[in-house]
Design a protein around this ligand. Structure first.
Ligand SMILES: C[S@@+](CC[C@H](N)C(=O)[O-])C[C@H]1O[C@@H](n2cnc3c(N)ncnc32)[C@H](O)[C@@H]1O
Length: 230
């Protein structure tokens, strides 16, 4: 079996042996991601352009401090840096970050991005961010709890942008999506964002073709309401 997974604006095809499938179904841990990013894959994915949802969703925001949670080879963090943001690119996989850092240097934005190697299921930032974004990151912890975690890193008045795998069931012909535990619906995400705290700007489920693969995305953008003074 093969998964077709978006990385940045590219498709990564991951071949699974029956044994690997059993292992990977239950563990998106550091070892798994290190294996994904080992060797040629990090180099190949290091040429991917930024995710089109990020480009569309962030263009109207005023740049400030941003974090890309599970940044992989850095396409989105670098795009943000090129558009005026001071960025933290965080990922558990060291090889992905090495590729990302080389790419930031080549793009002339190395001074605008800090690369942090960390397990984001336990790591905490020192201060909140004006933009917290993530693209297809699925750690070993439950997906929606991961989104809860990163949402807590958004500063008052700041923005949360989640781009994830849409949960749409399996067995759709040649369309091999990610496993159920790594995918969500827009309603799954917005249902956890307290309306007294968050204003939802975007909650959409989109479908696009990329390199002969169908990509099913969920995109949620929400603004944390400013805290009232006094
Ligand atoms: C499917 S890849 C997407 C990479 C990148 N955001 C993109 O769209 O190309 C998921 C990323 O999440 C990272 N990741 C998974 N679990 C993590 C964790 N617990 N802490 C930090 N990063 C994690 C992986 O190493 C991987 O780079």
């Amino acid at each position: 079996m093969e998964w077709s997974l978006p990385f940045g604006n590219n498709v990564c095809r991951i071949r699974l042996s029956p044994v690997t499938m059993v292992d990977m179904t239950h563990s998106f841990d550091k070892d798994y991601w290190d294996q994904i990013w080992h060797g040629d894959r990090a180099t190949a994915m290091g040429t991917s352009p930024a995710n089109p949802h990020l480009v569309r969703q962030v263009g109207d925001l005023t740049p400030g401090r941003a974090i890309d949670a599970g940044c992989g080879a850095g396409a989105e963090a670098i795009w943000l840096a090129q558009h005026g943001w001071q960025v933290t690119g965080a990922d558990v996989a060291a090889e992905a970050l090495e590729t990302a850092a080389e790419r930031a240097t080549a793009s002339g934005v190395a001074d605008r991005v800090d690369w942090v190697q960390a397990d984001l299921s336990v790591w905490e930032p020192e201060s909140p961010y004006d933009l917290v974004t993530t693209h297809y990151a699925h750690p070993a912890m439950p997906q929606l709890e991961f989104y809860d975690r990163i949402a807590s890193w958004v500063a008052p008045g700041g923005t949360l942008l989640i781009v994830g795998h849409l949960h749409h069931g399996h067995g759709h012909g040649h369309d091999h999506g990610p496993p159920a535990e790594a995918s969500v619906t827009a309603a799954d995400i917005t249902g956890r964002l307290d309306a007294e705290v968050w204003e939802i700007d975007t909650a959409e489920e989109s479908h696009r073709s990329m390199n002969d693969s169908q990509i099913h995305d969920v995109v949620v953008r929400a603004r944390r309401r400013p805290t009232l003074a006094g």
